[in-house]
Design a protein around this ligand. Sequence first.
Ligand SMILES: C[S@@+](CC[C@H](N)C(=O)[O-])C[C@H]1O[C@@H](n2cnc3c(N)ncnc32)[C@H](O)[C@@H]1O
Length: 232
Amino acid sequence: MYIWVECGKFLRECRQHFHTTGAILPSSRFLARALVRPLHGPRPAWRILEVGPGTGAVTREIARRMLPGDRLDAVEINGHFAELVERRVRQERIFARCRDQIEIIHAAVQELFGEAIYDLIVSGLPLNNFPAHEVREIFATYNRLLKPGGTLTFYEYTLVRQLKSPFVDRRERRRLFRVGRVMRGYIRDYQIRRERIFINVPPATVRYLRFKPVTPRPAVETAVHPSSVLQL
Ligand SMILES: C[S@@+](CC[C@H](N)C(=O)[O-])C[C@H]1O[C@@H](n2cnc3c(N)ncnc32)[C@H](O)[C@@H]1O
């Protein structure tokens, strides 16, 4: 899809559903690449969840990095975006190699069932647009869906809360403060790395979180035959 067609579709959805879309343009290639960084390098086959694919800017970068045994589920709340990205996966050349490994789910991420399913979650959600309780619920969902040792990547537009606060009413300022508190808590407890991306509108910070360490393998018990026990 041509970049300006993609931007036009994104802007139209943004005007109608700003609360859930939360951006006026799709992510730049630089931001999308940073979000899929954990897919680089040698690794086993993974189950990957993309949350909020929108027009597919990040989905495309995930597809580029998918291995033959990987599975990608992309969950999208907006029906127009879900249809659009489904069509792109079916028709565009970049997806040809892995289209049978991709499933588009039209739902809110909070509605997904299951526990410890994914090795990687790539989130495009505009968390700063949501009430604090919804942000908490979304992080709890990510925590539930990630396997131990799995990684969550997401981004925030740089300084968005601080820049917005002076220009909004008290209620909105309080909401931004509460969202900030929830986000800072998760970042303090679980962030393993971050990356700043300047070539994006607006510039963004990508964060990499790990909620649970890899489960240690159970210790191998060495069976001791009674006759091998030394008699002292
Ligand atoms: C900021 S846009 C990101 C789009 C795309 N990932 C990108 O980077 O260009 C946020 C996307 O999240 C979707 N979304 C918002 N809330 C959602 C939810 N609870 N579950 C799934 N998708 C959601 C929106 O419809 C929108 O497509």
